[in-house]
Design a protein around this ligand. Sequence first.
Ligand SMILES: Nc1nc2c(c(=O)[nH]1)N[C@H]1C(S)=C(S)[C@@H](COP(=O)(O)O)O[C@H]1N2
Ligand SMILES: [Mo]
Length: 351
Amino acid sequence: MRWATVNPRKYLTPQPRLFVRNHTSTPVIDKSAWRLRVFGDGLATPRPATDPLTLSFRDLRRLPHTRVLSVHECTGNGRSFFASQQGTPAAGTAWTLGAVGSVVWEGVRLRDLLKEVGLGDDAVSIQATGLDPSYVSGGVDYGPVRRPFPVSKALRDAVLAWSANDEELLPDHGYPLRLVLPGWVGIGSIKWLGSLEVSNTQLTSPWNTKWYRMTGPTYSTTEPPLTVNPVRSAWELASGATLRAGRRHTLTGRAWSGAAPIKKVNVSLDGGQSWQRADLRDEDGRGAGVATVRGHGWTRFSVEWDRPAAGSYQLLARATDTDGRTQPLASPFNDQGYFFDAVVRHPVTVA
Ligand SMILES: Nc1nc2c(c(=O)[nH]1)N[C@H]1C(S)=C(S)[C@@H](COP(=O)(O)O)O[C@H]1N2
Ligand SMILES: [Mo]
């Protein structure tokens, strides 16, 4: 998503503008032939993978529906700033800040589906697997993209979504059905959902053991899988945008957190010498006009810039959420460049 194209008057991110992150390629799926397979020893009546429960799209539509707002974001959002701002390049897609969007998902709560199929008393872990081709890298076949998550998250707010912003999911975003884990790393929200394994033991996949956990000089070998997204913010401007000298500008942007609503955004228009509080709108996602889970929308901020003189400037935004988490001035390096949450120095020219 290009921040320069974000409409300050629109709260949600239109699907065609939303970032796409695929490990392999987008599969073409026939919705009428598609089935969700549910199995595992964590079901009330355990079932092996070879004899799963199968649900058609129609079966799912018969369950209660819900609409849930979430900020959808890739774990590697901001990764390129490890190189450009901190001088320590990290492996992976060189996102700036566009691997994020705000979406109202419609679908079935996973807890309602689990109630329908019968959840066992000892279930702790659920693995979601996509129908996209297996991921092969460096000559190793890691199998289909899949990641486990705790049953507690499933019961709290996970959704099986068939639409985004009241439109059918686009193929690139997981048609016909994707999982959504609000506030959690994007990899948790498995697209083209094919199966759910419900288990009485902790499940694993390379996507929570090998990737999507912190590794690197300052990390131990036993860091937990990444779950809740950090606090971040961005200006609705291109990097290096040119603004007219001697005019009054309203600078706008957005701030978000995977954990809690945004409490304040401090901004600096002079590279960090002086700071002021930005004006906030729709804290707690009210801008989406839907009943929302607390903290799962983003907050728009704005600040007036009155007749700046010609020159080069750096705009900084630093957000804090109501859990007391504030964007740091630098993010500790990790090999894969996850969770770059530091204040970004956004260059602009006034001419
Ligand atoms: N099946 C499947 N699900 C997936 C992926 C994938 O490659 N395959 N990529 C994940 C990652 S890393 C992210 S950030 C989000 C991106 O979702 P989007 O492309 O709809 O924005 O999907 C996640 N779910
Ligand atoms: Mo991602």
